[in-house]
Design a binder for this molecule. Structure first.
Ligand SMILES: [Ca+2]
Ligand SMILES: [Ca+2]
Length: 196
């Protein structure tokens, strides 16, 4: 009898472990903190160059921050100032490494849609400023192009779930459902090129 109870216990433990994995993904945000409407990891442990900062964020399955709106910029600026980081430089995902003067986000591969440059920036000083950091000018953080090999701290942005797969019939946090939707869309698109 004791063995049956033990087996039952193991089965139930397995069920609960599985159900825990599949639920409440959205509340499991550690070590990211909510700043404004999104989650970020502001890493002020070690200064590093832009390339290292991008890699650090990847180790957290995240990306260097792409600041997309004035609200996002203001929320980050307020957080950094009020938490005693007003004297530090922080890396963002922006760079014009590919084509001089064309600032792109390393995180999403697209042109930067928002910028809050400080006065006279971007100036590509010394023909050597291709990475975008934020720095504090008069108690508000602004953007500046800066040498990619310069030093700063990473701000990593937690990835948001993609909404492009038609999630109306999918429960949140079930990757297989998203993959199924993606494949459906892909196959529909592929059919367009099938002329036979
Ligand atoms: Ca540049
Ligand atoms: Ca500059």
């Amino acid at each position: 009898m004791a063995i049956i109870q033990y087996v039952l216990f193991l089965c139930l433990a397995g069920v609960f472990a599985t159900s825990n994995q599949g639920s409440t993904d959205t509340t499991d945000t550690y070590p990211f903190s909510k700043i404004g409407k999104q989650y970020y990891l502001v890493n002020t442990g070690v200064k590093m160059n832009w390339f290292e900062a991008a890699l650090v964020c990847r180790t957290y399955d995240s990306d260097l921050v792409t600041i997309e709106t004035a609200d996002e910029m203001n929320a980050l600026s307020f957080y950094l100032i009020t938490n005693g980081h007003g004297d530090k430089y922080f890396w963002t995902s922006g760079s014009d490494l590919g084509v001089e003067g064309k600032f792109m986000s390393l995180s999403n591969g697209r042109p930067m849609t928002y910028a809050k440059w400080s006065g006279g920036q971007p100036d590509n000083a010394g023909n050597n400023e291709d990475c975008v950091h934020i720095w504090n000018i008069n108690n508000i953080f602004h953007m500046n192009d800066y040498p990619c090999t310069g030093q700063g701290y990473p701000i990593c942005e937690m990835r948001r779930p993609s909404k492009s797969f038609g999630e109306e019939n999918c429960s949140a946090g079930i990757p297989k459902c998203a993959i199924d939707k993606f494949l459906q869309k892909y196959l529909q698109t592929a059919d367009m090129f099938n002329c036979t």
